[in-house]
Design a protein around this ligand. Structure first.
Ligand SMILES: *[C@@H]1O[C@H](CO)[C@@H](O)[C@H](O)[C@H]1NC(C)=O
Ligand SMILES: *[C@@H]1O[C@H](CO)[C@@H](O)[C@H](O)[C@H]1NC(C)=O
Ligand SMILES: *[C@@H]1O[C@H](CO)[C@@H](O)[C@H](O)[C@H]1NC(C)=O
Length: 279
């Protein structure tokens, strides 16, 4: 914050401008800093929360010094036994384009383009060749249909349904978007349900998990965008700053140490441009 000479005179700020600047910079802790700003402490809400899923291993501590080799080995074994070793991959697919004129969920079926999009994404997932663990579909019609078409490419992947993944209003977006104005009660209802979905699927591997898992979540743009913000520990209110194409692929890896890595966001590069749609 700086004032021109005229503004200083008008505001009578001459002597107190130093105080004003100090006050201002100290109330700026939650601002995003530019990359060249190196002389600051990260804001407390910018620190990574290691225990975001409440599954941070409780490692046994060395309580005594001068342990025998046998005692050392025992402690190391215990540490290994509580430590996750595998990664969990969450591959989220937005449903294909659907009939926006449909008046209820069962009438909001995939359009012809939507079905082609889903088929291309199924083919892409097959080509990627991951050992998919399972596919979980939102119970809304457009997600069910999209998952069904993807299953044609991945016939051996077990399928489940989940109401927590249904579309909704996760949290009032910041900045608000003119035409997106759900009622507050909708955020109140859907927000807790979508957060429950996040807690159900996003967590680091259990120590007993031997191999990486690849979980497909076939669901919706608001749900996926909220999950991305939550997993990366970005402010969840930022979800509406992201945009996802129909039947696009978003991929987050949760490493054994609990770090979340966004590998792919809204990828639809496997489709020809005339098939790329958002609404
Ligand atoms: C640990 O071992 C060192 C060297 O062997 C010895 O000097 C020290 O007194 C020991 N400490 C304890 C707590 O036994
Ligand atoms: C879309 O839904 C409307 C209203 O239910 C219906 O009249 C129309 O035929 C549907 N269009 C398609 C392509 O399914
Ligand atoms: C883990 O992967 C290995 C190698 O592919 C396989 O032999 C083993 O059965 C897998 N374990 C589980 C629990 O799936």
């Amino acid at each position: 914050m700086s004032f021109s000479k005229t503004q200083r005179i008008l505001l009578g700020l001459g002597a107190i401008s130093g105080v004003a600047t100090f006050y201002h910079s100290n109330n700026n802790k939650n601002k995003a800093h530019a990359s060249w700003t190196t002389s600051y402490e990260p804001a407390t809400n910018a620190k990574w929360d290691e225990n975001w899923d409440r599954r941070l291993p409780k490692y046994p501590k060395h309580t005594t010094k001068n342990l025998s080799e046998k005692q050392e080995n025992k402690i190391n074994e215990e540490r290994e036994s509580v430590k996750p070793k595998a990664s969990r991959h969450l591959i989220m697919i937005r449903h294909g384009q659907y009939n926006l004129s449909g008046t209820s969920d069962e009438h909001r079926v995939l359009t012809k383009i939507g079905r082609v999009q889903a088929a291309y994404t199924g083919k892409r997932l097959k080509e990627l060749g991951f050992p998919y663990t399972e596919m979980i579909k939102s119970t809304m019609t457009r997600a069910q249909e999209t998952g069904h078409i993807i299953s044609e490419s991945l016939p051996n992947v077990p399928v489940k349904n989940c109401d927590l993944l249904r579309e909704g209003a996760p949290i009032p977006p910041e900045p608000p978007l003119g035409r997106y104005r759900p009622e507050l009660y909708q955020f109140f209802q859907d927000g807790s349900r979508i957060e429950a979905g996040f807690r159900k699927y996003f967590y680091r591997a259990q120590p007993s998990q031997e191999n990486d898992t690849y979980t497909l979540l076939v669901c919706h743009a608001n749900v996926i965008r909220y999950f991305v913000c939550r997993a990366l520990q970005f402010p969840a209110e930022a979800w509406l700053r992201l945009s996802l194409n129909h039947a696009s692929i978003t991929w987050i890896t949760i490493t054994p140490s609990g770090r979340c890595i966004l590998r792919v966001l809204g990828d639809s590069g496997h489709m020809s441009p005339d098939l790329i749609t958002t609404t």
